[in-house]
Design a binder for this molecule. Structure first.
Ligand SMILES: *Cc1c(COP(=O)(O)O)cnc(C)c1O
Length: 423
């Protein structure tokens, strides 16, 4: 089916924009996506996210709206809420946050006042901007204090986290991050938060799908609030959810609406409901475990090829490569890999001597390639491509990158991505 048939109205109305969508479909089909925060939603999630639910305003919550005509919208949102509660084993779920960053802002609004001390992992150590980092509103409206990883192991130093928490008594402690290749010990964080008298938030944006599939321990029962995006390993549309114990339900709901947002994006809520339904199937348990198995196999293959991995490997979907020993800066490597059809992002490594916009590392992960059906048996091939592309980057060898790009496209053609048109 050609693009003109898939999006006939769009091609008729706005061929310029339609051509861009079509080009993006081709790019996603032909390249190997290793960005660990990205994935491919199913055709069902795409369909649900592109419906007339788009046309409806529904400020408020199911049964308590400020607009009439909510007969169907209430049921859509209630379905998403029930599915989230069932999948994650929580008392309460709010599925309205527009994305992960606004979800975290709602947590601040619910539990802190401007100027209060809040604690999170430092951004260059693998935390997220919204965990109190200086350039984010969360770091300028609140007083952010930050923990990191141990220089010798690359692992979170829980003794240092406890010491900082007891010294600073933050209102909120965030655990979770964007470049953490290892399991998060939610119980350790819970005992620290209890001692310090802090509200504990597990921001599981990256690993929500692994938790849903039983491939990472769950924070449910250990933390006050779980914040997550829906579009990373959970494989839903771009959006977010906040989940909590019953005692915090009112505070969280009030913070999201009317505290921070207006009308929820109902088409996205529908897509989230579908993604949660998919994530409750046995096939998703297999998917989550395959993501981790692939990451472990890829890490082993990279180590064999002389790559230096932060923390020495991975427990989850993510691998952070320190390229210092390869004498290729992260950005140069990332751009060369992109030309070779392998899409990654450059990233700081802990204690990075280089600047954030030109750091020493690249960050990769296996959620997307696992969604396409690649297995551990393919990981040596992927590691070879990365190794050859990094070597080619060092020598500015463009023909070598072009050769890899065509090998990548050949394999990708044999493993079509969910939701993308067949070539
Ligand atoms: C991705 C991410 C976010 C932010 O999500 P956006 O949807 O990009 O705003 C927040 N926290 C963590 C840990 C993340 O990985």
């Amino acid at each position: 089916m050609t693009a003109h048939h898939r999006q006939p109205a769009l091609f008729a109305t706005d061929p310029e924009l339609a051509a861009l969508v079509s080009a993006e479909e081709t790019l996603q089909a032909e390249t190997l996506r290793l960005i660990p925060s990205e994935n491919y939603v199913s055709a069902a999630v795409l369909e649900a996210s592109g419906t007339v639910l788009q046309n409806k305003y529904s400020e408020g919550y199911p049964g308590r709206r400020y607009y009439e005509g909510q007969q169907n919208i209430d049921r859509v949102e209630a379905l998403a809420i029930e599915r989230a509660k069932g999948l994650f084993g929580v008392d309460h779920a709010n599925v309205q946050p527009y994305s992960g960053s606004p979800a975290n802002l709602a947590v601040y609004l619910a539990f802190a006042k401007p100027g209060d001390t809040v604690m999170g992992m430092a951004l260059p150590m693998g935390g997220h901007l919204t965990h109190g980092w200086g350039v984010s509103a969360t770091g300028s409206w609140f007083r952010g204090v930050q923990y990191g990883v141990r220089p010798d192991t690359g692992l979170i130093d829980y003794d240092a986290v406890r010491a900082l928490a007891l010294a600073e008594r933050p209102k909120i402690i965030f655990c979770g991050g964007t470049a953490l290749p290892r399991t998060i010990d939610f119980e350790a964080f819970a005992s620290i938060a209890e001692e310090a008298g802090s509200v504990l938030v597990a921001d599981v944006a990256h690993i929500a799908g692994l938790i849903a599939g039983g491939a990472h321990p769950s924070p449910a029962g250990h933390v006050d609030v779980i914040s997550t995006t829906t579009h990373k390993t959970l494989r839903g549309p771009r959006g977010a959810m906040l989940m909590c114990k019953e005692e915090h339900a009112k505070a969280i709901d009030k913070a999201v609406f009317p505290g921070l947002q207006g009308g929820p994006h109902n088409q996205t809520t529908a897509g989230i409901a579908v993604a949660l339904h998919e994530a409750a199937q046995p096939s998703f348990v297999s998917y989550a475990h395959a993501v981790v198995a692939n990451a472990k196999a890829l890490a082993a293959a990279l180590l064999e090829r002389g790559f230096d991995l932060v923390s020495g490997g991975t427990d989850n979907h993510l691998i952070l490569i320190d390229l210092t020993g390869k004498d290729v800066p992260g950005k140069v490597a990332a751009k060369a890999l992109d030309r070779a059809g392998i899409v990654v992002n450059y990233n700081t490594v802990p204690f990075d001597p280089r600047k954030p916009f030109d750091p020493s590392g690249i960050r990769i992960g296996t959620p997307s390639l696992t969604s396409r059906g690649l297995t551990a048996a393919h990981m040596p091939v992927v590691a070879d491509w990365i190794s050859r592309a990094v070597d080619a980057a060092a020598k500015a060898d463009e023909p070598a990158l072009a050769a890899i790009r065509s090998e990548v496209a050949d394999l990708m053609a044999a493993f079509p991505a969910p939701g993308l048109p067949l070539a």
